[in-house]
Write a protein that binds this ligand. Structure first.
Ligand code: PLP
Length: 376
């Protein structure tokens, strides 16, 4: 696997650098920040959310229109679940029986956590740190969580994870790209891992951020679902690239028998408004491309600052970055909050790192300006 710690020497071009227009001058990864590069950006009147990996642009105009059109059906149970499952199946090259709809991927994570905890007490092997929702659910039901630290380049260490599996291990949870560290697992290594491990136990691949990945070493594990691999669950969410975090739409993909078990464990349902919105949003490539492009601009701004200041960070494959500020994360968060910026909470054991979600590019410029004012 390649190192993800980037120290690129980048060049930022353009003289008049105020507002989003300057971002046109970003070309590829060739960006450099200069202190004088942009005029003083005024503090925002409301806090900028760089804390929860949301999409500042969503939901799309088409999704909003679809919800407005669905108001008159809000008295009805059901919705258009079958059409949504068919649409997902056709997008992903699987059968509708391989798909389940959930209230955000969070509901699926919790259902899978219950499934893993079902029956005899056992364990789940997971990277550390990672996204904790499934793990917390299973742990609260008596499952032991075996945390496997990321390696020194902050990648998920598949060999160590394999070695940590015990006879009582019922599931291996992997988040790819990971969160809070936006690293990826190399595709061939992951595929081999799944083919071996899923013979005897469940493997859960959380692909919440997969739409943002622009890295040839990455692949979704969806083809293994299409192939019929048992014991594998792939999770997706509309919360990120579609900007649906408040609408609650997610998906699970697995063998039909496993889908049946997950369906028994689910406790929520997706409102008819959110269903109509999802149906159009997944077909709306333009909005997805726009979200991706703006995210890339935001990342170029923040990672450019890190390069300029020599701050260690993990090259992002998602809609957030993870930076070693060297400052206690609680102190850093409070300092940013005073400037109307909300950044992520502390992620053990990286207590002097900050997770910064991508807001709009001009807002990321304000973040850079604030960071430089406070710490350079
Ligand atoms: C890796 C990962 N998985 C799942 C989720 C849950 O998202 P949602 O329940 O909104 O689909 C998140 C949320 O941030 C996440 O980061």
């Amino acid at each position: 696997m390649k190192s993800v710690l980037s120290r690129r020497s980048l060049l930022w071009g353009g003289a008049s650098l105020a507002g989003a227009s300057l971002l046109q001058s970003v070309s590829g990864s060739s960006v450099r920040f200069m202190n004088s590069a942009f005029a003083d950006i005024a503090a925002p009147t409301t806090p900028i959310r760089m804390s929860s990996n949301e999409n500042p642009y969503g939901p799309s105009k088409l999704a909003i229109e679809a919800m407005q059109g669905a108001f008159s059906e809000a008295n009805l149970y059901g919705g258009i679940t079958d059409q949504i499952l068919e649409l997902q199946a056709s997008i992903e090259g699987v059968s509708p029986e391989n798909v389940t709809l959930s209230a955000g991927s969070g509901e699926l994570l919790q259902a899978a956590g219950v499934l893993a905890a079902w029956g005899e007490p056992g364990s789940i092997v997971a990277p550390y740190p990672t996204y904790g929702q499934l793990l917390r659910t299973a742990e609260s039901l008596g499952t032991e969580i075996i945390n496997v630290p990321v390696d020194e380049s902050m990648h998920i260490d598949l060999n160590a994870m394999y070695a940590a599996i015990r006879p009582d291990t019922k599931m291996v949870y992997l988040c790819n790209p990971n969160n809070p560290i936006p690293s990826i697992i190399e595709k061939k290594a992951l595929e081999d891992f799944i083919r071996t491990v899923a013979k005897d136990r469940l493997v859960f691949i959380d692909e919440a951020y997969y739409e943002y990945v622009d890295n040839p070493e990455f692949s979704s594990m969806m083809p293994l679902i299409a192939e019929g691999v048992n014991n594998l669950i792939v999770a997706r969410t509309a919360s990120k690239i579609h900007g649906f975090a408040g609408l609650r739409v997610g998906f699970g993909f697995a063998h039909p028998e496993l889908i049946g078990k997950l369906n028994q464990m689910k406790t929520g349902s997706v409102s008819i408004l959110a269903q109509y919105a999802a149906f159009v949003s997944y077909k709306d490539k333009e909005f997805q491309n726009y979200s991706r492009a703006m995210n890339k601009q935001g990342l170029a701004i923040v990672e450019g600052m890190c390069d300029e200041l020599g701050l260690r960070y993990v090259k992002s494959n998602a809609n957030f970055t993870f930076i070693e500020t060297g400052i206690d994360s609680n102190v850093f968060r409070a300092a940013m909050r005073e400037h109307n910026i909300m950044v992520g909470r502390t992620f053990e054991p990286f207590t002097t790192w900050a997770r910064v979600s991508m807001a709009k590019p001009e807002e990321m410029m304000y973040f850079v300006q604030t960071y430089k004012k406070l710490y350079t």
